[in-house]
Design a protein around this ligand. Structure first.
Ligand SMILES: Cc1cc2nc3c(=O)[nH]c(=O)nc-3n(C[C@H](O)[C@H](O)[C@H](O)COP(=O)(O)O)c2cc1C
Length: 155
């Protein structure tokens, strides 16, 4: 299997999740979005892309990379998307909590972009939780990420 895990991360939490996935899959590349171009993605069987949710969406880096991929660049590639997001109960402001709940999350936007470029989605978009704006990750999320990656790739 020629798989690639691509992530962006501001505070390091999404990177930890991406690396847990890469380690679980074994023998796959796990790269920061800053190291990835359309060329890096060419020829992969599996592409997993993750971003922190910032303002209900992926980071600019992830959005730019995916938007810049040529049409049908992901034809024949099995793709999946994940994000990190904040545990709603840790947001003190009721209004902000409601906004975050209703605003949506990065992974669904990533999944849409991956499909738009021809990728075949192998799992619903998935979210992994942080317990504060800068982290840390909620207990057990690294293990869940590892399980998720193994499960979607074998499906
Ligand atoms: C400017 C900003 C906007 C954010 N917007 C959201 C959001 O819309 N929804 C959400 O669940 N979390 C939001 N968060 C929390 C981030 O998801 C959290 O910082 C991220 O998961 C941490 O990942 P990282 O360490 O890889 O950057 C926001 C955080 C910041 C700093």
């Amino acid at each position: 299997m020629n798989a690639l895990v691509v992530y962006d991360s501001v505070f390091g939490n999404t990177e930890k999740i991406a690396r847990a996935m890469g380690d679980a899959l074994g023998n796959v590349e796990t790269l920061s979005v800053s190291q990835v171009s359309a060329e890096t993605i060419r020829g992969r069987d599996v592409l997993i892309v993750g971003s922190p949710t910032r303002g209900f969406r992926p980071t600019e880096g992830i959005s730019k990379l995916l938007n810049a991929l040529p049409k049908n660049h992901l034809a024949g590639v099995r793709v999946a998307a994940f994000d990190t997001r904040i545990v709603l109960e840790t947001i003190n402001s009721k209004v902000f909590r409601l906004l975050v709940d209703k605003g949506g999350y990065a992974a669904s936007h990533i999944a849409q972009s991956l499909e738009k470029k021809g990728g075949k989605l192998i799992a619903p978009p998935e979210g992994f939780f942080v317990t504060g704006e800068q982290g840390p990750l909620k207990d057990g999320e690294l293990e869940r990420a590892a399980r998720w990656a193994k499960q979607i790739v074998s499906s």
